[in-house]
Design a protein around this ligand. Structure first.
Ligand SMILES: CC(C)(COP(=O)(O)OP(=O)(O)OC[C@H]1O[C@@H](n2cnc3c(N)ncnc32)[C@H](O)[C@@H]1OP(=O)(O)O)[C@@H](O)C(=O)NCCC(=O)NCCS
Length: 116
């Protein structure tokens, strides 16, 4: 897994959903740039992918204590190689972003609120 800093644009409706009462359209985030579990580990440890997402979430929350800002954990779900990853992220609390998505739909931009 690799994590990078990110920023997402949120619509009025999305901001209402997350109770974001400030005037900026762009919201800071941490992004899962890469995530893959080795097949041997996948077979041995059920739930290891979700465990990695929890670890990413903890990193994203704790970065706020160290001069860094993240309200969301984000990911571009790679549906080109496996459409099922969308379900994986949804089961782990991610929802699709309405404003930011790859127009050729090889990936779907998703977010998880770190504070709700
Ligand atoms: C995606 C990946 C990280 C998931 O890891 P994992 O250890 O299988 O995930 P988990 O066991 O924690 O899965 C949690 C839930 O999501 C479901 N799920 C996981 N991967 C899924 C998939 N590809 N399709 C459908 N459902 C999936 C699981 O069945 C499980 O459901 P349950 O809680 O009802 O049993 C792993 O399959 C992987 O490395 N894939 C290849 C790389 C990849 O696609 N990375 C994502 C790029 S954006």
């Amino acid at each position: 897994m690799s994590l990078i800093m990110d920023a997402i644009k949120s619509s009025f409706t999305e901001k209402e959903l997350h109770n974001l009462n400030y005037p900026f359209k762009t919201i800071p985030a941490m992004k899962i740039a890469k995530l893959a579990v080795d097949e041997t580990a996948l077979a041995r440890y059920k739930g290891i992918g979700s465990f990695m997402l929890k670890a990413a979430e903890e990193k994203a929350v704790s970065c706020n204590d160290d001069y860094c800002a993240a309200r969301f954990l984000t990911v571009d779900a790679d549906i080109e190689h496996d459409e099922g990853v969308l379900i994986f992220y949804e089961k782990n609390g991610f929802i699709s972003n309405s404003e930011l998505y790859n127009k050729n739909r090889k990936t779907i931009s998703m977010r998880k609120d770190l504070y709700r």
